[in-house]
Design a protein around this ligand. Structure first.
Ligand SMILES: [Zn+2]
Length: 314
């Protein structure tokens, strides 16, 4: 059932109740309306054993359907233009296949020294390695830690009808991270095409950046760590005047895959369990007004970057 449509109908039908109340007549809609308002304060969506989205997020278990690898195979299906997500489960390459859902065996000290050798402080990758990731249910200590590392692209800057310039991987206007350092940054971490990073929120902060998290409300808040990688977009002439459907191909740079792999290792190390990577568009599939990112993400490339990084950390 579409709860919001039902609530809307209920509040509309409750209008005369106010008049009834004024005239002293018992208002038959008052109790349902109170119930409806209490639901609204709980969030925009309730459980009742229902799941949300194509990969079926369950607000009771705070997981998508299936084991960790099955979830990844659903959440990493390739994202096509206009947000069309591939039908077949994603094929996991050897590194991700061997890790996802398993306990992290690498010591935090090993991750720490790898960070140091790359010239990064722990603050530069979202906070102390000794601190837990955000907890679900809006940061409730009793709720599990974040399980999902959500891969986004910024879909900006927008080139309109212009071709992508040849220097998108290096130019300052495209790669300026400061434009994302606003009052409420949209993600935990940002990676530009040169491999530089910006912390939007510490990884311990519950933060929502998908339609699914908005629909579910507080229960899902904190279960997802969000990483945005800069990817410019341009207009598809066959689409509307403001569309941003065309992405560069390849979609991301070597440096971006390397940094994303680093953040995956860092976040998983903090969680103690190898996280489930997920594409934003796959999370929101089957929910209205879903996004189309990331475009042209090469999962095999990410797996290779992860393997190279791990060979230096173990
Ligand atoms: Zn996104």
């Amino acid at each position: 059932m579409d709860l919001r449509r039902w609530l809307h109908g209920l509040s509309t039908s409750a209008q005369p109740a106010t008049l009834d109340q004024k005239s002293g007549t018992p208002a038959r809609s008052i109790i349902p309306l109170t119930f409806a308002l209490s639901l609204l304060t709980m969030g925009s969506w309730t459980a009742n054993g229902e799941t949300l989205g194509h990969c079926r997020f369950d607000p009771d278990t705070l997981s998508f359907s299936g084991g960790a690898k099955e979830q990844a195979q659903c959440l990493l299906r390739p994202v096509g233009k206009f947000g069309h997500v591939g039908a077949d489960p994603a094929m996991l390459r050897s590194n991700l296949d061997g890790l996802i859902g398993n306990e992290v065996q690498i010591s935090r000290d090993a991750v720490r020294s790898a960070l140091r050798s790359m010239g990064f402080s722990e603050a530069a990758v979202g906070g102390s390695l000794d601190q837990a990731l955000s907890h679900g249910r809006g940061g409730s200590a009793a709720a599990p830690q974040a399980r999902y590392l959500v891969i986004h692209d910024t879909s900006s800057p927008w080139f309109g009808d212009r071709q992508f310039s040849s220097d998108i991987d290096t130019s300052q206007p495209v790669n300026n991270l400061r434009q994302y350092a606003v009052r409420d940054p949209v993600a935990h971490m940002f990676i530009n095409r040169r491999g530089e990073m910006l912390v939007g929120h510490q990884l311990s902060v519950p933060w929502r950046a998908t339609k699914l998290e908005r629909e579910i409300g507080i229960p899902s808040k904190g279960m997802f760590i969000h990483v945005e990688s800069i990817q410019p977009r341009r207009r598809d002439p066959s689409g509307g005047p403001k569309n941003d459907a065309v992405a560069p191909n390849p979609g991301f740079t070597e440096e971006q895959y390397n940094r994303l792999a680093l953040l995956y290792v860092v976040a998983s190390s903090r969680a103690g369990v190898w996280m489930i990577p997920a594409f934003h568009a796959a999370i929101d599939e089957d929910i209205s007004d879903a996004h189309d990112d990331p475009q042209n993400f090469d999962l095999a490339h990410f797996d290779t970057s992860l393997g190279q990084l791990l060979s230096g950390v173990r």
